[in-house]
Each structure stands twice: as structure tokens, then as C-alpha cells.
Design a protein around this ligand. Structure first.
Ligand SMILES: Cc1cc2nc3c(=O)[nH]c(=O)nc-3n(C[C@H](O)[C@H](O)[C@H](O)COP(=O)(O)O)c2cc1C
Length: 408
């Protein structure tokens, strides 16, 4: 396994390895987006549309990637974001992601639709833990999960606010995807050609989603044009309801799924400790704005009062660098670390983090910025007009390189 992972020197290589390992319906669940996947593509295209004009002749022999992230130390300016159903791609994958995060010294967010329980993660992964809550219609369950996360020592509650209803993920509809997966005459061949994965799922008990146990089945419904996500979630959840939830949680509150500057003020007032610019990796609203383009207006509206993180399309260390230069305090990984765990379990998750670390360090050195504080908007060459929408206050380096003194 290690040898095969050695050949994975980029996130894209990890993705290809995951694709070779998994039956097509399973890979497509992790890889796909909503409808025409325009937002999924737009997230990546936005990073590709920003160029860097590096500074030269600066001492970059030492580079510092660690710093504070959402009120705690982090080995990298990133956290592993919440992703559901991981165990269907690699048994035990949630714990492996959490352990890889702890080893890298970065926070890990456990999803409501994870295939591990709140307590299992807290027992097996010693790092900084965040619990991501979807707003379930069953409020007793929601409150129970939040209380359990508190009791298990999770430091932050992440409320994902961009999923009042599930997105229309057409790859899942095409496959008739359900959790646990059902092998039917139609999809038999797709599962049969991945015997290692299929035998493991067939011979052992299928993974479960413990936080959703006993709620609606997690299955797509072609007639209702509904893919796997969303049936348990509450479309009536609003700002007032979030304020009530805030009162129940004494830890940090992170609101994920914001792209509009007008949504910032009420969230800051309500007591959010951090915001995540996110469009759910293009899995919800198709046609939604790329997160990198939404970032400047959210950062401007937050005006330094709360840190703003970003996710969506981060596949390179240089993507993290660009997000920081546009004002993000850090990023969440979604598919980048998912591809890692799907390609090679815990070693694969660690490999994904190592790739991002190496690429970020290299980008910082090549741009003449040896610390995170030294990264600013001056190295960016942005498409014109920029930003395409909303206001923008270019990020200034916190620690500028001093002027050279004349020696004689
Ligand atoms: C397979 C998969 C499952 C996800 N499950 C969740 C989830 O349970 N909760 C959540 O808040 N976001 C979930 N997300 C969204 C991610 O947290 C994140 O916003 C997104 O993946 C970022 O985009 P990227 O994958 O392009 O990096 C999921 C994303 C994927 C790809």
C-alpha cells in the first residue's frame, strides 16, 4: 500500500487511485456535484484564474506553516471539513481522517452523517475536534447530538446552513444510490468488477451512520428526483432558530455555507466565532458562485471581527495560498483528504495532508513569503474586473519584509 501511495504525489493522483479502487456508484457519490456540476467546476476554475507574481531575493530558508486557527493552534492553515458516509468508501475512514488530522496537528470536523459516532472519534483521535450539525427535523435528536458533542469535549459546533433541502445530484440518481448500498441486477457488474471492496461490504456488517440511526432511510428516489442527501433536514430553520441553538452550545460556533456579504452581519451579532465560505463543494445549489470569488465580499463584511475560512475546490497548496492572500484565515478540505482516505486509509489521509503541506510550503518559498503573516494580496494577479462582485479590501501582510539598509 505504501508503495502505491508513493506514486500518489498529488491530490489528483490520490483521486485516480480512489477511482480505481471503488465501484463507480460509490466513487461518483464522493466525487460528484449537483445537476450540471457547474459550481463544482467553478470552484476549481476560480483558483486556476488567479495567478501569482512572486517576490524574489528574500530569505525563505525557513518557512513557518503553523499558526492560530479559530482560536487554537494548528499545524497548517486548514482543518479537515465534515464529510458523510466515508466508511462506505473505506471501512473506518472517519476515524482514520480524524487520526491523520491529529497527527498533523490540524482540527477535524465530524459530520452528522458520518459512519462513526461522536464518542468513537473522541476516544480514538486525540486532536482538536469540531462537530458538524445538520439541522434535523427531529429536534430531540439534534439537541441530544449537540449535548453529546459537548460531553465528549468537542471544542466547536459547525452549523451547515446551505442544506435546507438536499441538492439534486444526478450521478446518484443515475445509480439509484442508497446507504447501505443495494446490489441489483442493474448495478451488479459495477460492483463485481471491484471484488475487494464488494466482498468486504458483503461479508461484514455494512457501515452505519450512528447519528442518523432510526431516522429516514438515506436513499435516493428517482421518482421524487431526490438524491441521497436532505430528507431528514429542516427547511424552516432560520436565524432566530440559530440564535436559540447558540444559547444551547457553550463552545465555539462556526457557521458553514455562507457566500453572501449581507448574511455576515447577523451572524457576527448572533455570536458566531468563525464563518466558512462554502457552497458544499458544488453539491447543493448548482449555478452558485465559486467560493474564491465570494470570499472577498464576505471577508470585507466580516471586517476582521471573526475569522473567515473557505472550502471548495482546494486541491493544491497554492490554492490554500491564494485563499489566504484573498483574506481567508484558513481552508477546510473536503474531497482532497477524502480522496486520500479512499485511496489508502489512514496512510492515504496522511498523504493528502503531506501533499498539501509540501505544496503550500513550496509556494510560500517560491513567492518569497516565509510565514503565513507575510502572505498578502500584493502577489496576486487577478482577473479583471476584480472582484467580479462586491467590495474587496486587499489583505496586507502582517509582517512586511524590512527595507534593506545601506551598509556603506
Ligand atoms: C462526499 C461528501 C460528503 C459531504 N458531507 C458533508 C456533511 O456531511 N456535512 C457538511 O457540512 N458538508 C459535507 N460535505 C461538504 C464538505 O464539507 C465541503 O464543504 C466540500 O467538500 C468542499 O469542497 P471540495 O470537496 O471541493 O473541497 C460533503 C462533501 C462531500 C464531497
Amino acid at each position: 500500500m505504501t508503495h502505491r501511495l508513493d506514486l500518489c504525489y498529488s491530490i489528483e493522483r490520490l483521486r485516480q487511485r480512489a477511482r480505481r479502487r471503488l465501484p463507480r456508484p460509490v466513487f461518483d457519490f464522493f466525487d460528484g456535484g449537483a445537476e450540471d456540476e457547474r459550481t463544482l467546476e467553478a470552484n476549481a476554475a476560480a483558483f486556476a484564474g488567479v495567478q501569482l507574481a512572486p517576490h524574489i531575493l528574500r530569505d525563505v530558508s525557513r518557512v513557518e506553516l503553523s499558526g492560530a486557527l479559530v482560536g487554537g493552534p494548528s499545524g497548517l492553515p486548514l482543518a479537515i471539513g465534515p464529510t458523510g458516509a466515508v466508511g462506505f468508501g473505506w471501512r473506518g475512514g472517519d476515524v482514520m481522517l480524524a487520526r491523520a488530522a491529529a497527527a498533523a496537528g490540524v482540527p477535524y470536523a465530524l459530520s452528522t452523517s458520518a459512519t462513526a459516532s461522536i464518542e468513537e472519534i473522541a476516544e480514538q483521535a486525540p486532536g482538536r475536534l469540531w462537530f458538524q450539525a445538520y439541522i434535523l427535523q427531529d429536534k430531540n435528536r439534534l439537541h441530544e447530538l449537540i449535548a453529546r458533542a459537548d460531553a465528549a469535549g468537542y471544542e466547536a459546533l459547525v452549523i451547515t446552513a446551505d442544506l435546507p433541502v438536499g441538492g439534486k445530484r444526478e450521478r446518484d440518481l443515475a445509480h439509484g444510490l442508497a446507504f447501505p448500498m443495494k446490489i441489483t441486477p442493474r448495478n451488479f457488474f459495477q460492483f463485481a468488477c471491484k471484488p475487494a471492496w464488494s466482498l468486504d461490504m458483503a461479508l461484514r456488517r455494512p457501515p452505519a451512520m450512528p447519528s442518523l440511526a432510526g431516522l429516514n432511510a438515506v436513499a435516493s428516489d428517482r421518482k421524487a428526483m431526490r438524491s441521497v442527501a436532505g430528507r431528514n433536514y429542516d427547511p424552516a430553520f432560520d436565524l432566530a432558530a440559530l440564535a436559540r441553538l447558540r444559547d444551547r452550545w457553550r463552545g465555539k460556533l462556526i457557521v458553514k455555507g455562507i457566500v453572501h456579504n449581507e448574511d455576515v452581519e447577523p451572524l457576527v451579532r448572533l455570536g458566531a466565532d468563525a464563518l466558512v465560505v462554502s457552497n458544499h463543494g458544488g453539491r447543493q445549489l448548482d449555478g452558485g458562485i465559486a467560493t474564491l470569488w465570494a470570499l472577498p465580499e464576505v471577508v470585507a463584511a466580516a471586517a476582521g471581527r471573526v475569522p473567515v475560512l473557505l472550502d471548495g475546490g482546494v486541491r493544491r497548496g497554492s490554492d490554500i495560498y491564494k485563499a489566504l492572500a484573498l483574506g481567508a484565515a484558513g481552508v477546510l478540505t473536503g474531497r482532497a483528504t477524502l480522496y486520500g482516505v479512499l485511496a489508502g486509509g489512514e496512510a492515504g489521509a496522511a498523504k493528502a495532508l503531506a501533499i498539501l503541506r509540501d505544496e503550500l510550503a513550496r509556494t510560500m518559498q517560491l513567492c518569497g513569503t516565509p510565514s503565513l503573516d507575510a502572505i498578502d494580496a500584493g502577489v496576486l494577479r487577478l482577473p479583471r474586473p476584480f472582484p467580479p462582485y462586491g467590495p474587496y479590501a486587499p489583505r496586507q501582510a502582517a509582517a512586511r519584509v524590512p527595507e534593506l539598509m545601506e551598509e556603506n
